[in-house]
Design a protein around this ligand. Structure first.
Ligand SMILES: [Cu+2]
Length: 172
């Protein structure tokens, strides 16, 4: 059999690539195990065209009048939010520190992303699907909600605001 010849420089780069892949893997594993970063596991479809109507799939959960922060019958805090070019609706919400909160997002038009710095809240908002994330905040303060999927000309101006307050100061 003929020996395969690999140029020494190519061999070097193969090694560099292998190290980069390994490093990426280690970083992902670290964040998955220590910072509770994990892919969303909720698959739920929605009709984006009827999102604003009260007769949409899910009983109009994403109709304008149903958006915002609510407590469900089990006492769990829920945030229902729509991402659309170029804002998040509602644009400002207030939430308590250290309490489990379930976020449900839907897109009105194109692909959006939702990221809150200093938290593990980071999700894609794919048109036609509901993104669900349950998390809790560990720092008080005001944080921007940023769109991290390019969605059009004014993408850079698409933002919202989350204010995290102490549990005792939180009112619904
Ligand atoms: Cu965007």
């Amino acid at each position: 059999m003929m020996a395969i010849h690999i140029h020494p420089l190519e061999r070097k780069w193969l090694f560099v690539i292998a190290v980069i892949i390994l490093l990426t893997w280690v970083v992902q594993l670290y964040y998955a195990l220590n910072k509770s970063t994990h892919p969303p596991s909720n698959v739920e479809v929605i009709d984006s065209v009827r999102l604003h109507l009260n007769d949409g799939i899910g009983g109009g959960e994403f109709a304008e009048t149903n958006l915002g922060v609510k407590r469900d019958k089990n006492g769990q805090l829920r945030v229902t939010m729509v991402a659309a070019r170029y804002s998040f609706y509602p644009q400002e919400i207030v939430l308590p520190l250290g309490e489990s909160i379930t976020f449900r997002f839907a897109s009105f038009d194109v692909l959006h992303g939702l990221h809150v710095p200093f938290s593990n809240l980071n999700s894609m908002v794919v048109p036609g699907y509901i993104s669900e994330v349950t998390t809790e905040f560990t720092r008080e303060g005001e944080f921007p909600i940023l769109c991290n999927e390019y969605c059009g000309t004014a993408h850079a101006f698409m933002y919202g605001k989350i204010k995290i307050v102490a549990k005792e100061k939180f009112k619904l």
